[in-house]
Design a protein around this ligand. Structure first.
Ligand SMILES: Cc1cc2nc3c(=O)[nH]c(=O)nc-3n(C[C@H](O)[C@H](O)[C@H](O)COP(=O)(O)OP(=O)(O)OC[C@H]3O[C@@H](n4cnc5c(N)ncnc54)[C@H](O)[C@@H]3O)c2cc1C
Length: 541
């Protein structure tokens, strides 16, 4: 393993839109969600020259709107999809190794009730199989608990008819930052990665796709990107972008999943995995910082993905189902701190309930040469990327090589990533950073927390919160601008930190964030004013 870098390896120039038109690339990846980010990293590490563009911010689509679990997929056992569970358990382990700051073990409880299916023995058998398929790569093997053990762990559970619980381990993650770290890793391996750059058409040479037209959403500029291979990794937009090729046939059956955040329901670290009474779907209640995350739903949704919203019916469904298990909490709509929804880019298959649609992925190639990938889930993105990169290298006529993405830490995941917590450096104390701040920096940036301290050496005034009482330091905004390609306050407050989803929604900080971004990136004041107005409109209660 490489040693932990102590200073940012590459001073990232904020944006490289014009470079897209000035160079010829082996591959152009369209889409900077986790699928595209994983592919760009893999291909760049194999030595291909790569450009990646996203029409919005990186991870602004589904990849910041997931349930934030890296999981083996217990549910897929019911569908007898053992291959998917095996692969997901393997990937769960790899992601814990390469991004330990962002992917962390989390205990989950499945409470068992006399009146509920499946029975204790069926759940127990499923748990044994889940452990077996993990091949000892799980954090801990499962345990079957008595009712009183279950209540000791989650005292808010309805005790009536409770016969016990299954306790098992999966992982929680920071989805937006895991995606961003893949983008940064791709960039460190040589890729050109540009957000707010939309593909508006494909270019052909001799009847084959040989690039794309990309429009800069920050200016009126548009240019042609020349690439030997164009890869459509646009998740829920797959069919829309695919249709730029005349040879495309629609592939998706998109479904919406919604989540609610409420004040923390119970003190313990265990999440709950529950079966809804209405439609028998499984849903989660997860501890998420000071909040609990309840989700998700699974409904067909053919609206444009950018218009996705959580409906009142979904809020009442999730609150109602949560209340059945936690009757003392008496949740109402006014307890909801925030909501978010995402679109699953599932592949159309047989008709039936949305929740029964396969979560597997597939790679497609049109006769005119567009390579595309759809379906899949966050947990397996690295393996999906490796499979696509294998195919891409063959198409490029280059030695295929092998994916090295499993053995290389992501930028914040270097061994010793939490060293700052074990021995806080005197410099942190000098700057007035307490344990809580250091903990937050280490959890968010892993080994790169050192970079923020290095930045503070020259600009100690950035050690203060960006606005009074807001848990975000000035240095985090500066770092997001200088090294993490943030362009708008929402990029900082929703994806590089979670403030937009917390009580107050980051509204107290939006102006200060915009001002600092403007200063560091030399952004025009009219654009900043428009960004602030749009943020307030999206997140004002
Ligand atoms: C509600 C919900 C919960 C989920 N929970 C989990 C979970 O807990 N664990 C798990 O493993 N999986 C989960 N998933 C699945 C997982 O989140 C998705 O499979 C994954 O995020 C899809 O990533 P993607 O990159 O394919 O799509 P996206 O993240 O949507 O990325 C596609 C990108 O393409 C860009 N784009 C679109 N058109 C253009 C264009 N013309 N030019 C340039 N860029 C363009 C978009 O802006 C977008 O950023 C969940 C999904 C949903 C919906």
């Amino acid at each position: 393993m490489r040693p932990m870098p102590t200073a940012p390896a590459i001073p990232l120039k904020p944006r490289e839109f014009s470079r897209l038109g000035a160079e010829r690339f082996d591959a152009l990846v369209i889409g900077g969600g986790i699928t595209g980010a994983g592919i760009a990293r893999d291909l760049a590490l194999r030595g291909a020259t790569v450009a990646l563009v996203d029409q919005d911010d990186f991870a602004a689509g589904t990849s910041s709107r997931s349930t934030k679990l890296i999981h083996g997929g217990l549910r897929y056992l019911q569908q007898r999809n053992f291959g998917l569970v095996f692969e997901a358990c393997r990937e769960r382990r790899i992601l814990q190794q390469i991004a330990p700051h962002l992917v962390r073990p989390m205990p989950l409880l499945i409470p068992l009730y006399r009146h509920n299916r499946p029975s204790r023995s069926v759940v127990h058998a499923g748990m044994l199989l889940y452990d077996l398929l993990a091949l000892r790569r799980n954090t801990h093997p499962h345990r079957m608990l008595t009712a009183s053990d279950a209540l000791a762990r989650q005292p808010l559970l309805d005790p009536r008819g409770l016969t016990g619980a299954a306790l098992y381990w999966d992982c929680r993650m920071d989805d937006a930052r895991l995606c961003l770290e893949n983008i940064i890793a791709a960039r460190e391996a040589g890729a050109v990665t540009v957000n707010y750059a939309r593909v508006t058409g494909l270019c052909r040479r001799d009847g084959r796709i040989a690039g794309a037209i990309v429009a800069d959403r920050e200016s009126s500029a548009s240019l042609e990107v020349t690439a030997r291979l164009v890869i459509n990794a646009t998740g829920p937009w797959l069919d829309r972008v695919g249709a730029f090729s005349e040879a495309w046939t629609p592939r998706l059956r998109p479904t919406r999943g919604s989540h609610l955040l409420v004040a923390r329901l119970a003190g313990g670290e265990e999440a709950l995995y529950l079966s809804a009474a209405g439609d028998k779907r499984m849903f989660f209640i997860l501890p998420w910082g000071e909040l609990s995350l309840i989700g998700t739903t699974d409904l067909d949704d053919h609206n444009p993905p950018e218009e996705t919203t959580v409906t009142a019916a979904e809020i009442s469904y999730l609150l109602g189902e949560a209340a059945r298990y936690l009757p003392g909490t008496q949740l109402t709509g006014s307890d909801v701190v925030s909501t978010f929804a995402g679109i699953r880019p599932l592949l159309a298959g047989r008709a039936g309930q949305a929740s029964s649609v396969s979560r597997e992925h597939a790679i497609f190639e049109t006769p005119d040469g567009l390579l595309a990938i759809g379906g899949g889930k966050y947990t397996t993105f690295r393996a999906m990327a490796a499979e696509l990169a294998d195919r891409a290298m063959v198409r490029l006529g280059r030695p295929r090589g092998v994916a090295t993405t499993a053995g290389q830490p992501l930028p914040g995941g270097f061994p010793g990533w939490d060293r700052l917590l074990q021995t806080p450096p005197p410099q942190a104390l000098r700057l007035g950073l307490g344990t809580a701040e250091l903990q937050r920096l280490v959890n968010r940036y892993g080994s790169r927390a050192q970079h923020l301290l290095a930045l503070l050496e020259g600009e100690p005034e950035l050690a203060a919160p960006i606005a009074p009482g807001v848990p975000l330091l000035g240095v985090e905004v500066a770092y997001a601008a200088d090294f993490e390609m943030a362009r708008t306050p929402e990029d900082v407050l929703r994806r590089r930190s979670p403030l937009a989803l917390l009580p107050g929604h980051g509204l107290a900080a939006v102006e200060a964030v915009a001002t600092l971004l403007g200063r560091r990136l030399a952004l025009p004041p009219q654009r900043l004013a428009a960004n602030i107005a749009s943020y307030r409109q999206t997140y004002a209660l």
